[in-house]
Structure formats: C-alpha cells, structure tokens
Design a protein around this ligand. Structure first.
Ligand code: MN
Length: 135
C-alpha cells in the first residue's frame, strides 16, 4: 500500500468519501485485506459474511453504491446473491471476486449480472482501478 502508484490511485479516489461499499466476504483475513486496501479511499465500508445478509441489507434500503461480492460463500453463493440484488437494484454495480480463476467463471459471473470479475489474489491497484470505473 506504500508504493507510489497505489498512493496516487488512493489520492485520486478520495472522491469515494460519502460512497458506501458493501463487502460480502466470509473469510476474515480476506476482508482485512480488502479493508486495508480500501480504507484510505474515504468510502464507507460495510461488511457481511453471508449473501443472505447482503440481500437483507439491500432490502432495508440502506444506501449502497457498490458491492464487492465473494463467490464462494456458505449458503447462497455469490452468483445467486448477485441475481437477487440485481432484481432489486439493477443499476447497483456488483464486482465479483473469486478464488478460482477457473474456465467459465467469467461467463458465469456475467450471466449472474456481475459488472466485473476479479480473480483472487486481487492486486490493490486492480481493485482500486476497477472500483473507480463504477463509483
Ligand atoms: Mn469465500
């Protein structure tokens, strides 16, 4: 996070202040990594471990500007959760993040309505650049 390129991206995305990013991630250490990458952006970060909780949060009407969606989750997987979210808020950007760079994952994520797809491990610069396309 201390490299010049990341610093410059982080500086350029300070406009995320006031934006709300919902992180759906069931592994604590993965969340900590995302938090470390995104915390300086000024965005309001919300974290749920289960897809069902993400749907509830969207249903509650709480402001969310972008969703970072883990695909491998207990219960509903990230594809199913994304489908439900897109029924409720079609315009809400959803960025899928998966541990599996498997053939077909990109197509599956697109079919589920995900706007973008990132394979773990996600480089901070890729994460910041991708989010900046949607916030
Ligand atoms: Mn997972």
């Amino acid at each position: 996070m201390n490299s010049p390129i990341i610093d410059s991206i982080a500086a350029s995305v300070d406009a995320w202040r006031g934006k709300a990013i919902l992180i759906v991630e069931d592994i604590d250490s993965n969340y900590q990594y995302l938090f470390a990458t995104l915390s300086r952006s000024g965005a309001n970060l919300m974290w749920v471990r289960k897809g069902e909780e993400a749907i509830e949060l969207i249903l509650s009407g709480k402001p969310v500007d972008l969703v970072l969606m883990d695909i491998q989750l207990e219960g509903m997987d990230g594809y199913s959760v994304t489908r439900e979210i897109k029924k409720l808020r079609p315009e809400l950007p959803v960025i899928a993040q998966t541990a599996f760079a498997m053939k077909g994952e990109k197509e599956k994520s697109q079919a589920a309505g995900c706007d973008e797809y990132l394979s773990k491990p996600i480089r901070p610069s890729d994460l910041l650049k991708t989010i900046s396309l949607y916030l």
